[in-house]
Design a protein around this ligand. Structure first.
Ligand code: ATP
Length: 372
């Protein structure tokens, strides 16, 4: 992990004069809600065997919103299903609040799961759906009613208790599913692509609401998605998955600004790499470097970099207008290409056009070495 955060001191590296001490850590080290150690899962055997999860170790802090992010088939759902107890690991251990639950059946684990397809009972009202788990657990009626109402209030659905699921919008149905999962106050809530069925606008709105709800109820959320923007928007920390293993764990800023591998640099945000030959010419250093498109400035050809900048000449190959900004694909004189993102602060006439020679400039602190 490439975080500047040091657990030993509780401080964050920052410029002089800026407060970086967030209070003493004594007694404030995060409690671990979920601890995974050497977790692996193999499906099938022989030639047909699939190693869905390979040697995953991860600590999820109490009250944290942690996202498992990765492409389709990278093992995220399998990890979630093993935490829930729906799937047994081939090797490794799972602890919940310090207790080993590796072989504990799902109903004896203090976790609930919210799925993408809501799985609401269509013939029951919203209130009955939310109360269902409590009824099965034989919680007295008054208590059940009160807790379901509190849960509906937490997801901002007070007054919707008498409706049937088909009388609700997609976003409201998803919130009922959330209320139902929250009603027995699980220690950990597992969410498997819960916003996947919603259209983009609703999805963006629900991302903000879900984060607010999580903060309010204080329950640990483990959220699975393949959508990097969703992960960056909502998470306290992100675990980036590839081919069944974890590539990097860190805050959204860590994984975006300081990707630990070429895979992370490409999967989280736009892949923008200065190739080794170009790096040795431009930076005077060997290796592969990531520079985020919004950190690069377009300047007239021949502009000299300042003392804390690096620069390279190039020719604009493509100009893509995005409304709030414009994306430029620039072929570098030293080989390879870089993407540049500029905000549309000025009229489009002032932008370089396709075929123009330009100079790309960036702050040296914004070039980040990526281990291939
Ligand atoms: P998605 O985003 O598409 O849900 P994922 O990252 O959650 O993907 P998993 O569903 O965990 O990935 O699957 C990981 C790998 O394990 C895939 O290659 C998948 O085909 C395989 N797999 C998952 N479940 C089973 C199963 N029950 N039997 C055999 N192979 C499985």
């Amino acid at each position: 992990m490439c975080s500047a955060y040091t657990a030993a001191t509780g401080s964050v590296a920052g410029p002089p004069g800026v407060r970086t001490d967030w209070g003493p850590l004594t007694g404030t080290e995060p409690t671990i809600a979920v601890r995974l150690r050497g977790l692996s899962k193999r499906f099938g055997s022989g030639d047909a065997a699939v190693d869905a999860v390979r040697d995953v170790s991860l600590d999820v802090h109490d009250g944290e919103f942690l996202t498992l992010l990765g492409p389709s088939g990278s093992g995220k759902t399998t990890v979630l299903r093993m935490i829930a107890g729906f799937e047994l690991p081939t090797s490794g251990t799972i602890e919940l609040a310090g207790a080993d639950v590796t072989n504990t059946p799902p109903f004896d684990r203090d976790v609930n799961t919210v799925f993408q397809d809501y799985a609401l009972f269509p013939h029951m009202t919203v209130q009955q759906n939310v109360e269902y788990g409590l009824r099965v657990a034989k919680v007295p009626k008054d208590d059940r009613r009160r807790r379901a109402q509190e849960s509906l209030e937490a997801v901002r659905l007070t007054g919707y208790g008498d409706r049937k699921p088909q009388q609700l919008s997609g976003g409201q149905r998803q919130r009922v599913a959330l209320a139902r999962a929250l009603v027995n106050r699980p220690q950990v809530l597992l969410l498997d692509e819960p916003l996947g069925a919603l259209d983009l606008k609703l999805r963006e709105q629900m991302q903000i609401e879900l984060k607010e709800i999580q903060r309010q109820v204080g329950i640990t959320f483990i959220f699975v998605t393949h959508d990097q923007e969703e992960a960056l928007t909502m998470s306290d920390r992100i675990a980036v998955f590839d081919s069944g293993g974890i590539e990097q764990v860190g805050s959204p800023e860590d994984v975006y600004e300081r990707p630990a591998s070429e895979f992370v640099a490409g999967f989280v945000g736009t892949s923008n790499l200065l190739l080794p030959e170009a790096a040795s010419t431009v930076l005077g250093r060997a290796g592969l470097y990531s520079i985020r498109p919004e950190k690069i400035r377009l300047a007239p050809a021949g502009s000299a970099p300042s003392a804390d900048e690096h620069g390279v000449a190039g020719t604009v190959r493509e100009v893509i207008y995005l409304g709030t900004g414009t994306r430029f694909l620039v072929d570098l004189s030293v080989g390879g290409s870089l993407m540049v993102l500029q905000q549309n602060l000025h009229s489009r006439d002032l932008h370089p056009q396709r075929g123009d020679d330009v100079q790309l400039l960036w702050q040296r602190v914004d070039e980040y070495p990526v281990s291939a």
